[in-house]
Ligand binder design. Structure first.
Ligand code: BDP
Length: 651
């Protein structure tokens, strides 16, 4: 009896505190109540379980795009039509989204189809279950994988239209293609398939040597070619709709065709030929750079432009949004406007490697729509996002990091959506549809990215992170023997004259990789946008800014605005307590407090360090640093403690 009471108590308390974030934006309360007629499929079952509105009929319409759908209300009945089960499923999730965000009451007449055919998450998950740049626990695929967790993952993806998953790290181990791994890949593919999601694998270019025991991985070698053909055949036997390979080659020490004097095109095409009979593709990454060049920002363009038009049609070049590496803000990679005859896809980073990991609230839709304002979505064949999903209870480590997974999917479906629309939708489904809550929190989310940029790297600064953890500021870091392009001074170039990397025509000339009139605009310090100023210019400390301030004063004010912005987020959130369940309220509050402390850390470290070059005072009309530079330079970040990294700093 006692045991029964204890069990009952545990069940009740657990139910009462069930808001742990594990349901993501799918917080459907109670069972569905409507009559669902027509095609019997997963969409019908989802609606049966969760739809509380009027009757729905699911029907076929062969004229619609394979993944598209039409939703219309007539005489009180909602009809969802699509040409496939997946189209119906997407239509069903559209309706449920309207219901959960409080917008299902009006008569509907909606036609949708995705902007990109392939909308893919890249998981940087390792076979041992760890996740490179993962801040929310271990892999859901490679460590104690649970069918139900993978199914919930598939459902979340399908609800925002994501239709592909790369299951393993781009720094791929050859074992990714072993017989045992492929068995697990098949199991995962079988769980994902009903949700319209195909699996892909990252492959190591030297697999024929390390797995197949060949003496070379030269793409021209007959045995190598045969090895890949056999391997591909083996994969498709297990997974008939396998999507293809993602390849990081000759980048950061990974093997590749250049090891044999062959080009990236030769390497990619060899794999593409093996995949072609099965309609598989190769996503070949352009993230390459070497220690010897004068400007890392120029290298991918220099390497890939001469290969334009030389790739087979089932190769897509996967290009990071910026020319360096997922910095808080970068101009777009000039490859996007340079390449004319090669299919391209953008690689965005959802996991916040350079944006405060799972501790800082940084809603990334504004950064991605900024990218789409310069790189036309029509020029892209596909889109990829480096996932922030792990086996933590709330999937992403920070409740608000879920919004970035959600936003990636929504923008992959429709890149013209505004950050406001996405934030509002997500907040309504995830927290509350209360009007005040929605408008206040939408503003907070939409401004959060700029806030993070301001306290980390305003005015075009980039890569002020320490080697390795990419979390905290170490603009001074330049240990002897370290590759210069892996140290902050390579990027900020602070000296007595000013700050920033001269990439103008008189400097590294990276500006000339951009088309006109952008090249001229970026080249001229007077027309270059403030947000990219030190990216393209070595800016004199007394340079007159558009605001009327000197550059030094402006820099100080930006950092100060960042700290103020972080404090404001905390204050605003504290005012939302009545709209949010106690657990998630406290979790987010805890993270926001870390964010405020980290923002102060960033401001103090950067301003006090740059002040040793500028020799100018911190303006009087802003809060002054509270740390001591020498002391900060002694601190080391304990990267094993991301949950609470500010406290992880130690001497
Ligand atoms: C960098 C990450 C590193 C990745 C690399 C990549 O620090 O972990 O392997 O990008 O994208 O940002 O290949």
């Amino acid at each position: 009896m006692r045991q029964l009471l204890i069990t009952l108590f545990l069940v009740l308390t657990h139910t009462a505190t069930a808001e742990d974030g594990s349901r993501l934006w799918h917080r459907f309360e109670g069972a569905g109540t409507a009559s669902i007629q027509g095609v019997k499929c997963l969409a019908a079952r989802e609606l049966q379980s969760n739809w509380k509105g009027g009757p729905i009929v699911l029907q076929r319409n062969g004229g619609l795009h394979r993944e598209g759908y039409h939703i219309a209300t007539s005489k009180g009945i909602i009809r969802i039509s699509a040409s496939t089960d997946i189209g119906l499923l997407y239509g069903a999730y559209h309706l449920l989204r309207l219901q959960q965000s409080g917008n299902a009451h009006q008569a509907l007449n909606i036609t949708e189809r995705p902007a990109f055919a392939r909308r893919i998450l890249n998981h940087w998950d390792n076979p041992d279950g760890t996740i490179e740049r993962g801040y929310s626990g271990h892999s859901i695929f490679w460590e104690n994988a649970s069918t139900e967790v993978i199914r919930q993952y598939a459902r979340a993806n399908a609800s925002v239209g994501i239709n592909g998953t790369v299951l393993n790290n781009v720094n791929a181990k050859p074992e990714a293609l072993s017989r045992e791994t492929l068995k697990q890949v098949k199991t995962i593919a079988d769980i994902l398939r009903p949700y319209g999601i195909r699996v892909y694998l990252s492959v190591n270019f030297a697999s024929p040597m390390r797995l197949g025991r060949l003496s070379t991985a030269d793409p021209r070698d007959k045995n190598v070619i045969r090895w890949w053909q056999e391997k591909v055949k083996e994969i498709y036997r297990q997974v008939p709709d396998f999507g293809g390979f993602l390849v990081k080659a000759n980048s950061e020490g990974e093997p590749g065709p250049c090891d044999y004097g062959r080009s990236h095109a030769e390497g990619a095409n060899m794999l593409a030929r093996a995949l072609k009979p099965y309609h598989g593709i190769v996503m070949w990454r352009t993230f390459v750079y070497s220690a010897n060049d004068d400007d890392r920002a120029k290298q991918a363009y220099k390497e890939f432009m001469p290969l334009d038009g030389k790739f087979l049609d089932n190769v897509i070049l996967q290009i990071k949004n910026g020319p360096i590496d997922f910095q808080p803000r970068e101009p777009y990679s000039p490859l996007f406007t340079g390449l004319k005859s090669t299919p391209m896809m953008a690689e965005l980073q959802i996991t916040q490697e350079y944006l405060g990991a799972a501790n800082h609230l940084a809603f990334l839709a504004p950064m991605w729509t900024e990218f789409f304002s310069l790189v036309k979505p029509q020029s892209l064949r596909a889109i990829a996002g480096v996932a922030n999903v792990g086996n933590n209870q709330n999937w992403c480590g920070h409740h608000f990091a879920q919004a970035n997974w959600y936003a990636f999917g929504r923008l992959a479906w429709n890149p013209t959506l505004t950050p406001e629309t996405i934030a509002r939708e997500w907040l309504g489904q995830t927290f509350s549809t209360n009007h005040d809550f929605l408008s206040t929190m939408t503003d907070l989310m939409v401004q959060s990215h700029e806030t993070v940029v301001n306290y980390m790297m305003p005015l075009g600064l980039h890569h002020l992170f320490a080697l390795g953890h990419h979390y905290g500021p170490q603009p001074w870091y330049a240990a002897p023997g370290t590759r210069p392009d892996w140290t902050p001074p390579y990027y900020h170039r602070a000296d007595a004259q000013g700050l920033g990397f001269n990439r103008t025509r008189k400097g590294s000339d990276a500006v000339s990789q951009y088309p006109q009139p952008l090249a001229d605009r970026y080249d001229n310090i007077l027309t270059c946008p403030d947000s990219y100023l030190t990216w393209f210019h070595h800016v004199p400390w007394d340079h007159q800014m558009k605001s009327g301030r000197t550059f030094w004063d402006e820099l100080c004010h930006k950092y100060s605005a960042g700290v103020d912005g972080a404090r404001k987020m905390l204050t605003v959130w504290d005012g939302m307590e009545s709209h949010v369940d106690a657990d998630r309220f406290a979790d987010v509050q805890h993270k926001l407090r870390i964010q405020v402390r980290d923002a102060e850390w960033w401001r103090d470290a950067c301003l006090l360090y740059f002040q040793t070059f500028s020799h100018r005072p911190i303006p009087q009309d802003m809060d002054h640093p509270v740390h001591d530079l020498n002391e900060m330079m002694q601190f080391r970040l304990d990267i094993t403690n991301y949950e609470n990294p500010t406290c992880g700093y130690s001497r």
